[in-house]
Design a protein around this ligand. Sequence first.
Ligand code: LUZ
Ligand code: MOS
Length: 749
Amino acid sequence: MKHLDTPAHTRGEARFIGDLPEPNGMLHAVAVPSTVPHGKSLVVDTSAASAIEGVAAVLTAAHIPGENQIGGIIQDEPLLADGEVHFVGQPVALVVAETLAAARQGAAAVEVRVEELPPIFDPREAHARGQLITASRTLECGDIDGAWIECVHVVDGRVESGGQEHVYFETQSALAIPQENDRVQLYSATQAPTAVQRIAARVLGLSMNAVEVDVVRLGGAFGGKEDQATPWAVLAALAARHTGRPVRIVLGREEDMAWTGKRHPYSSDYRIGLDAEGKILAYEVTFYQNAGAAADLSPAILERSLFHATNSYFIPNVRVTGHSCRTNLPPFTAFRGFGAPQAMFVMESAITHAAHTIGVDRLQIQRANLLNEGDTFPYGMAVERSQARRSFLEVEERYDVTRMRSSISEFNQQNRLLKKGMAVMPVCFGISFTSAFLNQASALVHVYTDGSVGLSTAAVEMGQGVNTKIAGIAALTLGIDPGRVHIESTNTTRVANTSPTAASSGADMNGRAAELACRTVSDRLTAVAADMLDTTPSRITVENELIHVDGSPTDLGWSRLVWEAYVRRISLSAQAHYATPEIHYDRDAEQGKPFAYHVFGTAAIEVTVDCLRGIYTVDRVRIVHDAGRSLNPLVDLGQVEGGLMQGIGWMTCEELLFADGHITSGNLTNYKIPDIMATPEIESMFLEHAENPKAVLQSKAVGEPPLMYGIGTYFALLDAIQAFRPDMPAFFSAPMTPERVLMALYGRG
Ligand code: LUZ
Ligand code: MOS
């Protein structure tokens, strides 16, 4: 079953917010950003802007009828700056006009005056000055302080990882349409329709039932629209309410890149201790998360960093500390992996450092410490059905890693200026929102009298194929062709109180809710069929749109059964709710079972470095991935390859840069994402016989884990550089851009 959106996408017919036909009288909105990173005594003079022809309104904090507050976890973020500014790009005003050109002209004419204050950009400096978003957290297991003396090898060091721009195709956008009785309808490119609804209501001083949010699909999101679609939708709603006219806002690419949040840069310290056999006995790590100017999702992201600090390894004595540091940059936000990639990069760096010091292949240390069945994570959860070792060994055997290693050595002996390198990267990622309450979803199914099906869930389609998966689940549950099932838009009036489509759990949870709702209708239909066929419901099944008795087809078809049920006045609609069972976490004790299960997998990555110029290619990536029993192998393969490429980009060419709080990598010529030419030969397979009883139809979530395979690329490049320059000490500062490679090859260190 192919991705449902493929035909519309390939023909250019898929509609995004910017493609929606303009409602009558629609105005265009453009935000006015702060151009200083930190300041007080803010004065916004709108008089010149208001005088421009076509400008309908210029809105500031003073125009907000409700609360000027968009913070989700912590209420520390105004919609429009009031008195102070905290980052370059912070909206201070909104101009709405008859045309986009007039709105832009108006925005340029708004005069902003502010007394500048000293900004902070470095998370360690913020920490030293007590600028924390939230209380720091420490997760511990074993006896970390006592463990060091048992260790034969102890090394420590520092790791830096950079931010990452989402580069979703569709920029942040929203369309607000005022409705009668003070209601407002919002079309928003958001992963979190209910967050938009809640915060629009809060800012406008309305109740939530006065705000309807509708989402057809997004042109990509990757976490960038989990929290940060909200301000743009709420600004559009504010302007619509103020003017009584529809208002659309669509950020330009450079506006989006400059003003909106990205993956958090981290600066970290580690210390790792091993015994003589290469067993890791102790690991201590401190994360300094650069949170930017407001909390956004940073506390939750830091929590996931804590949980994934030890990646796929069992370590008996661990201390992990996380600081969420407030700086004067745009608030950093969710990005595929959600704090786990940063943590895993530190773990792999520590292992690499230890391997170099001991003089063994890092593969040996990795292999010696993989999670086994029943091992516990530092947060107290035991590993069930661990596929860590299985996927690792399967990569080693199937792709003959030993031979890969020896042919690379041979190549390196024969070539002076071209050097190859390789690395193996295991991944273990917990599935469930770490905030337990978010692990719920709902579905609403209608079977129409012609036998076609309309299905609504809380899931948002953003290209990841969640609608395709859910249509497949519904079709299987009802016993009909997937072509009969239409997945409706995600709409807060049909499915309420939605969790964001995030944490890789969209298909898991909404698929389950859809299955439950379809099961209810199917049970009712089965009772009708049993009556029609003069048998008992337990003997009835529906397969291929035909009613079967004891597994044999009858001549009663799906459509006739549906019509008969309707005539008998049986409800053909159902609503269902699913809440992930068993999960819990105690944040005081830092112990619990935060995840329903874990996803595992391993990648082997080969690279070639041109040691004259510092440029490189990622040649081949081989992956064994644990998809459970895949709901849709084609969709899952797309997620594995796409995630990998995004991880490779983060580790190699994507370098996010700021100067004095202004982005200097603010467009797609100076912020380089990997393109088709940078794509390696990818060979991936799913682990066989990996049924997962913890998710719908024995499947596993797939969205985020594959991104972390890309981390191996950094270590493969280090490997190649060290083949050229064996005396170069390893360093752990991502991304490994060609410039950095060149400095490593020839620099003074
Ligand atoms: N979003 C969130 C996420 O709110 N909580 C999470 O645990 C999470 N994990 C991954 C991606 N998004
Ligand atoms: Mo997310 S990083 O929106 O799953």
